[in-house]
Design a protein around this ligand. Sequence first.
Ligand SMILES: *[C@@H]1O[C@H](CO)[C@@H](O)[C@H](O)[C@H]1NC(C)=O
Ligand SMILES: *[C@@H]1O[C@H](CO)[C@@H](O)[C@H](O)[C@H]1NC(C)=O
Ligand SMILES: *[C@@H]1O[C@H](CO)[C@@H](O)[C@H](O)[C@H]1NC(C)=O
Ligand SMILES: *[C@@H]1O[C@H](CO)[C@@H](O)[C@H](O)[C@H]1NC(C)=O
Ligand SMILES: *[C@@H]1O[C@H](CO)[C@@H](O)[C@H](O)[C@H]1NC(C)=O
Ligand SMILES: *[C@@H]1O[C@H](CO)[C@@H](O)[C@H](O)[C@H]1NC(C)=O
Ligand SMILES: *[C@@H]1O[C@H](CO)[C@@H](O)[C@H](O)[C@H]1NC(C)=O
Length: 439
Amino acid sequence: MRKLCDVILFSCFLLLLTFVDVEADCEGGLFAVNSTYSENLNSLFSSLASNVIANNGFYNTSTGEGSNKVYGLALCGRGYPKQACVNCVEQAIQESQQRCPNRMKSFRWTTRDSDNASCLIRYANHSVSAKLELFPPTLSDNPLIIEEPKSLKLFRREWEALTNLTMQSATSAPENSSVVLKFYSVVRAEFTEFANVYMMMQCTPDILSSECNKCLSQCVLNFQNNNWGSQGGAGRLPSCYFRWDLYPICGSSENMTRVSMISRAITLPQGDTVSQPENDNKGKRIRNGTIAIIVVPTVINLFVFVGLFIIFDQRRKAYNKNINECFDSDGQSMLRFSIGMILSATDDFSPENKLGQGGFGTVYKGILPNGQEIAVKRLASGSGQGDTEFKNEVSLLTRLQHKNLVKLLGFCHEGEEEILVYELVPNSSLDHFIFGESL
Ligand SMILES: *[C@@H]1O[C@H](CO)[C@@H](O)[C@H](O)[C@H]1NC(C)=O
Ligand SMILES: *[C@@H]1O[C@H](CO)[C@@H](O)[C@H](O)[C@H]1NC(C)=O
Ligand SMILES: *[C@@H]1O[C@H](CO)[C@@H](O)[C@H](O)[C@H]1NC(C)=O
Ligand SMILES: *[C@@H]1O[C@H](CO)[C@@H](O)[C@H](O)[C@H]1NC(C)=O
Ligand SMILES: *[C@@H]1O[C@H](CO)[C@@H](O)[C@H](O)[C@H]1NC(C)=O
Ligand SMILES: *[C@@H]1O[C@H](CO)[C@@H](O)[C@H](O)[C@H]1NC(C)=O
Ligand SMILES: *[C@@H]1O[C@H](CO)[C@@H](O)[C@H](O)[C@H]1NC(C)=O
């Protein structure tokens, strides 16, 4: 028994060691302070920054001979002044020397938010160029976490979709592309609960696009396994860099792909009801500067049945008697209103109560018996949807609602009538009600 405990303790210790080791970006043996290797490395360092900018952002080199030969490479991100690149590379060298003194091998991705710059330096006693390296990983995260009432589950769906999109964009350069910084992508996305999510991915250009993909996937996975729940973070490997945040990264607002993840993530669990060009067409390149606003709200489905207005008929008068019928549907906090209640609230859809009219129907102002003011959207009918389908759509709408937008109180579905009932917000744009943009 005692032995078993010792074994378990020892294993934990080993695990801890592994974890600590994984956090470090220093590797290889130690070299002596005034050794030839040390001189070669210093000489490599001294020329790195100027050579990177002279070579459009990526440079690989080697100095020395035999076992003292030092191989190195450096890379600068895209889209900022040369001096920022020089500053960044010099800072990375300095950090490397402080963190990994006298180590033969190291890599360091550095970001300088003050210059909007990011860069990589890497060196070893073996060739580092054209070689995918997936070890050691390093990670960092924002100490703030995503808290309730934000849904981490919804966030994960949108976040994963965004990583796929960014990765696809970062690795879409053709194999023979001569662009120096070809494996690079920055995307700004709109999530359901976060207006701006920024993601950046970059690989060194000396590897294959499939290797870049592998490297970035590993970075993303490392982040998910270790820092999931943080409001931002980064994952690094010798061959690639991944970062995401809720604020702009490296000032890369220029040439940034802008996408909306909202519809994408919401349609995911229900299968493809909406065409998603980016997902369907794997090879499609999202070009720099493309504004890819993908506005395909599922809820449009709800309004697809735009048809002719039905003509008032006498039948409705009869419902007038059921004025106070109103009950909870499906145990949700949403109400099902009787047509009588709606007619009473809107004074039989009187023209005086009409707030506006749009393609999807007409909106009326109304007052419930309890005094609450409502906006009633009377959908243009003709869909012939079953009660269950309409209820499902409405329940989907309720889940889609954003807290800053107009609140959906309930619905009414009787005969041909399909009606949505909203809270009436004074001074709120009528368009919310009329055109369904709030959905
Ligand atoms: C690099 O250094 C390590 C010791 O840190 C040594 O085992 C290895 O053989 C060296 N590689 C080359 C190519 O010299
Ligand atoms: C390394 O060389 C410098 C001068 O070249 C000397 O001052 C220093 O003492 C040396 N360090 C060691 C550890 O030999
Ligand atoms: C840089 O890498 C390429 C491809 O691996 C190699 O052919 C070239 O010699 C390297 N350049 C230097 C200066 O080492
Ligand atoms: C943005 O795109 C334009 C043209 O596509 C290009 O000339 C410019 O260098 C790009 N800027 C960055 C920062 O990539
Ligand atoms: C992302 O891509 C992976 C592999 O290509 C796929 O399995 C996964 O479903 C995708 N996730 C999302 C959210 O699109
Ligand atoms: C890259 O390859 C494609 C065909 O595979 C060819 O059409 C294109 O001209 C090549 N580009 C360069 C820069 O060599
Ligand atoms: C960095 O980017 C931000 C936002 O794009 C910009 O306001 C700022 O001036 C940039 N800083 C530098 C030093 O270029």
